[in-house]
Design a protein around this ligand. Structure first.
Ligand code: CFM
Length: 551
């Protein structure tokens, strides 16, 4: 439970009053827009276990420039994209497939599966044309599945619907069923049309549902190994999952499946044989964890491998769950081995980074997790927010019962899941679970971002480009974290900008070794003098001037 948070110092806010800053951010909007945005711009105030309500997971107001992506991006790009041996076919115009092709920097190691399949480097698309939009695209989809099968003989093919598919009414699911019967491999489709829901978050949910229905539980082989876990919501951007796997191996923890960084379809099929689910990114995959618990009896705990301290804490949680002295000792031994380098690096870098100020506006989990790494460098998070997080990601899962389900959320199917008559196997007795809870291990729980932030900081949901620029003008932070769409305007303001989606070609940033990489990169960025020399075009010539051609 969060204690009352520390208040942010006035000097850290440049002596500004957070209420005034909020007013300033809203002042240029029309009244109705300002009223809506006011509910998404919140001054943090943690009192005991109370945090303020923040409106989130609602439609972006048309006309405001958002950071968000679409439902298809969340389904195909985020959740299924990192799986190497499924042929992922985009049913739609070529742009959708092309734009989601390798743009997310998730790495994979095909040598770890016997057939060595890796289709991630390909871009499969039905390349819909006017012809299909008018007369239907099912025939072309069948041909595409056949062609992919003939060329690659994959174990599985997945089909992802883009906006026009929903608009013209192609039935991708019946095509998939037909081709599954014909070819004898697992083929399944996703109704993840870009316009569904209000952001990529809808696509996560749709992806979770279909993997759960079509893949998880298909293979009951119990693999060898002790302390079996699945790692959920880690997508191996910049090699993060490799570093986490290294640590697990060193500790003697067996990873059955990862959803879905460095993953394979066979591992998904087998994942219900693990004994514990670990959730990294709560937003994108909590649905799978919840459904697996109901159907197979695997509990889940929240972990975070971003930050060295957070990594150590997460390993200790795993050890506590398995209640095994040998594992506990091993985990402590690994922490003792890994920490000295981390502490050495912090001691060297912190004097240069201490007191510097960061802002993070990223996705649905990193804006929270990366605050850990900044804290380790003595840096202050001045403001943060998610693109598409829900209230539970901000305020903690305790608010779930009070979240109103609106029409956009109702559009996304909620699977009704029951205990499997044969495969349900509660991993711990209720008394045992209770005992572990009393010892401080929390199950099915995520506290969210706000309880860990200082009082007085601004938490902003679905930040707009205008608000981003205003914040930069007001605070001149030492570093701003967001994505590629924001990168260059921010840099033109003379502020170093770190992409926390792709890591700007860097990484890994997870685990112990990842923390070392992050410290180094941040040190280099916030202490580079080059930014101070930069003059944005509008600073040199503040107004655009033009003359009429006929003058
Ligand atoms: Fe989860 Fe992600 Fe994120 Fe996400 Fe994403 Fe991503 Fe992200 Mo970009 S699954 S919510 S939809 S941690 S792609 S790996 S970086 S916005 S903060």
């Amino acid at each position: 439970m969060a204690a009352t948070a520390e208040k942010i110092d006035k000097f850290e806010l440049d002596g500004m009053d957070p209420e005034k800053i909020k007013e300033e951010l809203l002042s240029r909007y029309p009244t109705k827009v300002a009223r809506k945005r006011a509910k998404q711009i919140i001054i943090n105030k943690v009192e005991g276990c109370e945090v303020p309500v923040i409106q989130s997971n609602v439609r972006t107001i048309p006309g405001l420039m958002s950071q968000r992506g679409c439902c298809y991006a969340g389904c195909k790009g985020v959740v299924l994209g990192p799986t190497r041996d499924i042929v992922n076919i985009t049913h739609g115009p070529i742009g959708c497939g092309f734009y989601s092709w390798l743009t997310r920097r998730n790495q994979t190691d095909p040598s770890t599966t016997p057939d060595g399949h890796n289709f991630m480097t390909y871009c499969f698309s039905t390349d819909m044309q006017d012809q299909e939009i008018i007369f239907g695209g099912e025939k072309k989809l069948k041909q595409a599945i056949q062609e992919a099968y003939d060329n690659f003989k994959p174990k599985a093919i997945a089909v992802f619907s883009t906006c026009p598919v929903g608009l013209i009414g192609d039935d991708v699911h019946s095509v998939c069923r037909e081709m599954k019967d014909k070819l004898g491999i697992n083929i399944f489709g996703f109704s993840c049309e870009g316009y569904k829901g209000v952001s990529q978050s809808a696509g996560h949910h749709i992806a979770n549902n279909q993997i759960f229905k079509h893949v998880i539980g298909n293979d009951d082989t119990v693999k060898e190994g002790d302390f079996k876990i699945n790692l959920l919501g880690e997508y191996n951007i910049g090699g993060d999952a490799f570093e986490i796997e290294r640590i697990f191996k060193k500790c003697g923890i067996t990873q059955v499946a990862s959803f879905s960084g460095n993953s394979s379809i066979d591992a998904f099929a087998n994942s219900h044989t693990a004994d514990l689910n670990l959730i990294m990114c709560h937003r994108s995959i909590n649905y799978v964890a919840e459904m697996m618990e109901k159907k197979y009896g695997l509990p889940w705990i929240k972990v975070n491998f971003i930050g060295a301290e957070a990594t150590a804490k997460s390993l200790r949680k795993i050890a506590a769950y398995f209640e095994d002295q040998k594992l506990t000792d091993k985990v402590e031994e690994v922490i003792v081995q890994e920490m000295p380098q981390v502490l050495k690096s912090i001691a060297e870098i912190k004097p240069r980074t201490e007191g510097k100020r960061a802002m993070l506006f990223v996705g649905g989990s990193r804006a929270h997790h990366y605050q850990e790494l900044f804290k380790e460098l003595g840096m202050i998070t001045l403001s943060a927010g998610y693109e598409f997080g829900h209230r539970d990601d901000y305020e903690g899962r305790k608010v779930l019962p009070s979240i109103k389900v609106d029409a956009d959320s109702r559009n996304i199917e909620e699977l009704s899941v029951k205990a499997d008559p044969e495969k349900f196997n509660p991993r711990k007795s209720p008394e045992n679970l209770q005992k572990l809870k009393e010892k401080g291990l929390e199950f099915s729980s995520y506290e969210g971002m706000m309880p860990e932030m200082k009082n007085g900081v601004l938490v902003i949901d679905d930040i707009t480009q205008y608000e981003t620029e205003k914040l930069i003008e007001l605070f001149k932070p030492d570093i701003f974290c967001a994505g590629i769409k924001e990168k260059y305007t921010i840099q033109k303001y003379g502020i170093p900008m770190k992409q926390l989606h792709s890591y700007d070609y860097g990484g890994p940033y997870a685990g112990f070794k990842g923390a070392l990489n992050f410290y180094k990169d941040i040190d280099r960025m916030v202490n580079s003098r080059v930014w101070g020399y930069l003059k944005a075009p509008w600073q040199i010539k503040p107004e655009l001037a033009a003359t009429y051609a006929w003058e």
